[in-house]
Design a protein around this ligand. Sequence first.
Ligand code: BEZ
Length: 212
Amino acid sequence: MTLRLGDTVPDFTQNSTEGEISLYDWAGDSWVVLFSHPADFTPVCTTELGEVAKLKPEFEKRNVKVLALSVDDVDSHKGWLGDINETQKTTVNYPILADPDKKVSDLYDMIHPNALNTLTIRTVFIIDPNKKLRLNFTYPASTGRNFDEILRVIDSLQLTDNYQVATPVNWKDGDDCVVVPSIKDPEELKAKFPKGYEEIKPYLRMTPQPNK
Ligand code: BEZ
């Protein structure tokens, strides 16, 4: 199934290291980061899952739940957890879906056979509380992901959902934002951006981050 930004993501029920998970019920009113890795007991994946455990408070601050997945079974995941905890000096504190029947992997198109045969590659799905897909990306097996970037995107999505701004190149929380070009009325601009804005070009207007 090809999922595109703005699509409602499919629900599923699948087993995990924390018992059976039905995505919609489990997510509730939270955002979700669903991410796949190729296989348990592999080096890059070990570092990634450890990093996500360390970042859990940052995800929680943003009302985000994290959910990992590979096609290994629950016993394999549970056996691997000890290695992640030991080597990455953390405690994995979120569920890892077990997808040996590839139910979720197929539903979310996480297996790209020309890249990695029958294993899931490194996909990321950011899902909002309305169960809409807000971002997805795919990394090759040989490249570990940057989860700080995933937090940065969530900050941008949550900000731009609430204010009529966009975030420019390399933006991070606290930096100036772009005023959306559709607002042209000076009174509306004054009301919506009380901190003011700088007009560099008529289509390029910068304003301090509205919620800071
Ligand atoms: C890894 O996690 O290190 C890995 C997994 C599958 C293929 C290549 C690397």
